[in-house]
Design a protein around this ligand. Sequence first.
Ligand code: ADP
Ligand code: MG
Length: 287
Amino acid sequence: ATPTSIMVGTGRAAESGILFKGGEHLEGTHQLNAIVLDKTGTVTKGKPEVTDFSGDQEALQLLASAEKGSEHPLAGAIIAYATENEMDFLEVEEFIAIPGHGIEARISGKQILVGNRKLMTDHQVDIENNEETLVKFESEGKTAMLIAIDGEYRGIVAVADVIKESAIQAIKELKEQGLEVFMLTGDNERTAHAIAKQVGINQVIAQVLPEEKADRVKEIQAQGKKVAMVGDGVNDAPALVTADIGIAIGTGTEVAIEAADVTILGGELLLIPKAIRISHATIRNIR
Ligand code: ADP
Ligand code: MG
């Protein structure tokens, strides 16, 4: 590889908003044959909004107050919704995030749980009667969260995030370039499949705990593939490091950007097939 052509390649990429940390990653990009995209904030805009709430006023107040302790985009959606409904937030006495499952808080001496089925069943909350509602929301690509107060089911809140407009085209181009495309998420199977379908991805790896994302990348590498991982979150950082090429979304967290080999400005997914084209053109010139 001539250093000059590498410099020209990374320079061309940078002009387009593709920031390679080093010239060697251009060679790595040239070799890719699989790509794993995180769902929230990568395939979707990462700005979810509450679409449905069922439960009484107390449930909403405890739900929204509890979410004040969370930095998750889902929490942001719930807090915004409660604020629009002129909520008086209560003081949170205790708070813990349960990665991949939800949150637990103590407010006014009451225990609040907000999260998925697993969180509820782990706390012996009876949610049997809600399966149909959950399935309906999830089939629409929404993330549904259950609310329990002092161990009793008290409501459900559904949140929707929209896909990035250019995701469909970007994924089409990646497939045409011969890459196998996967979507990876902590969200449930049904929601994940509904979103994946909208953008043309058929290989979905769902219900992955944050600490397992890197292992899923390793499994694809074990099939002999050169894998790119694309992500925006703190949770994605280990997978970005593990992948042959880690690609951070420029609008994502500092942690993800630091862990990655490449950053795409503005989170524009079309820059990924473009990066691959530039890598091919550069490496062709070298050989
Ligand atoms: P993602 O990969 O989509 O960011 P996470 O692993 O962060 O997913 O979360 C997985 C699931 O855990 C969510 O779909 C939701 O059901 C639950 N969850 C996570 N954070 C919260 C929260 N702050 N409030 C309620 N539920 C949450
Ligand atoms: Mg994300």
